[in-house]
Design a binder for this molecule. Structure first.
Ligand code: GTP
Ligand code: MG
Length: 386
């Protein structure tokens, strides 16, 4: 079973309570005057971001959420009580979209964050409110203001910590498969990957999420190849892993093509920390490796790591480097929870590299619209059956 992690729900804030029309009537108190209190405010519709939820599955079963109405005002100047809020708990990474599915109303990225989506209607005034020097006995009392209502979409957009970029065939999916439980399609042809894949990397008792996206080619920002439409998935990554296929004749040029596309795309992608690795080193001679590493170092102006996804050499160094950047970013914004915590498994007793193999299935991939497709652990068919 696969399901899209999005849900359409109806929300309504509470109507305000009506104001009261009442006069003070007591023995010995002549001309008691108006004492009708105002109505109470209706409840709000509030979204609360929590870190112990993984999915939006709850919103499959309940789709209507209404805040309470405000209470009516009463005599003796008693104001009606506020209606209770409808508080909707959503996982970290939830986006709230209007019914058109495009307008983003709210983006919940931090546990504890709350957003008041709809305000409750105000209570109506009681007649005491209308007392003036010329009108000592007003009989006017107002109805409460109606609450607001509408349909909204909740969409869970997981934030990957690290994103893989490179030309088609650079070995991105192979790398993802080597370091996570994800099993993306791998083939010796460009554009094997047609939608982003995610996997969880377990490293030294900690974990982070790695996203594999389709390859970029020259002109991707103008729509060439699959274009740049998947780059949005890595906009919020903390670090990029740029894989360069070592069997390319001109590795520096391969690197530059992808950099050019990242810069053209914008969105801050070109400013992200980048780890560059020369992949497929198993297919190169030591002289080739040295020469190509040097060419890449010159092109990148920084360190370049040798790697082979197929023979699983150099993975640890690359992951360590990625995790260094992720850790720095996490420390800088400790309140922002990594998407990995959305998997609900923050502690792992068995530290070590790639120890996740015994863990329950937590891989899946994102669909074209950023929705999260889960894979059922009992469903053994490989993906990309489309
Ligand atoms: N020799 C060698 N071949 C590799 C290595 N990594 C990947 N390949 C091969 O390169 C080809 C492309 O690998 P993929 O992992 O599908 O490449 P990709 O970057 O995901 O490609 P797209 O999804 O099309 O962008 C496959 O035939 C892999 O077997 C490696 O480390 N060494
Ligand atoms: Mg691929």
């Amino acid at each position: 079973m696969k399901f899209l992690d999005q849900a359409k729900i109806f929300v309504k804030s509470g109507d305000g309570g009506a104001g009261a029309c009442s006069f003070r009537r007591e023995k010995h108190a002549e001309f008691g005057g108006p004492d009708g209190g105002d109505g109470g405010r209706g409840g709000d519709v509030v979204l609360e971001c929590v870190d112990n939820l993984n999915t939006l599955i709850d919103y499959r079963y309940q789709q209507h959420f209404r805040a309470e109405k405000g209470n009516h005002g009463q005599g003796r100047n008693k104001t009606g009580g506020h209606g209770g809020d409808a508080v909707l708990k959503v996982p970290v990474g939830t986006q709230v979209l209007a019914e058109d599915k495009e307008t983003v109303l709210a983006d919940l990225t931090v546990a504890g964050q709350t957003v008041t989506l709809l305000h409750g209607g105000d209570g109506g005034f009681g007649n005491a409110h209308y007392k003036t020097s010329t009108n000592q006995a007003p009989r006017r009392n107002d109805d409460g203001w109606p609450g607001q209502e509408g349909w909204i979409w909740l969409r869970l957009k997981l934030i990957a910590d690290a994103g893989l970029v490179g030309l088609p065939n650079a070995g991105k999916s192979t790398f993802l498969a080597a370091v996570t439980r994800a099993r993306p399609k791998i083939a010796d042809s460009p554009f094997t990957t047609l939608h982003p894949n995610l996997g969880v990397v377990y490293l030294g008792g900690e974990e982070f999420i790695l996203a594999d996206i389709p390859g970029l080619i020259e002109g991707a920002h103008e729509g060439a190849g699959i274009g740049d439409r998947f780059l949005g998935h890595i906009e919020r990554c903390r670090v990029l892993l740029h894989l360069v296929d070592g069997t390319e004749a001109d590795v520096a040029e391969a690197y530059r093509i992808v950099r050019t596309e990242l810069i053209a795309y914008g969105g801050g992608l070109d400013e992200k920390p980048e780890v560059v690795a020369l992949n497929k080193c198993d297919a190169l001679t030591p002289e080739d490796i040295a020469e190509k590493l040097e060419a890449l170092r010159e092109a990148t102006g920084g360190e370049v790591l040798p790697l082979s996804g197929v023979s699983q050499v150099g993975l640890r160094d690359v992951l360590g480097r990625l995790f260094g950047h992720i850790r720095t970013a996490r420390e800088a914004e400790p309140k922002v929870l990594a998407a990995s915590s959305a998997f609900g498994s923050s502690k792992r007793s068995s530290p070590g590299f790639n120890q996740g193999a015994q863990e329950p299935s937590d891989d899946g991939h994102m669909g074209a619209n950023g929705e999260w497709l889960w894979r059922d652990p009992n469903d053994d068919e490989s993906e990309d059956e489309e």
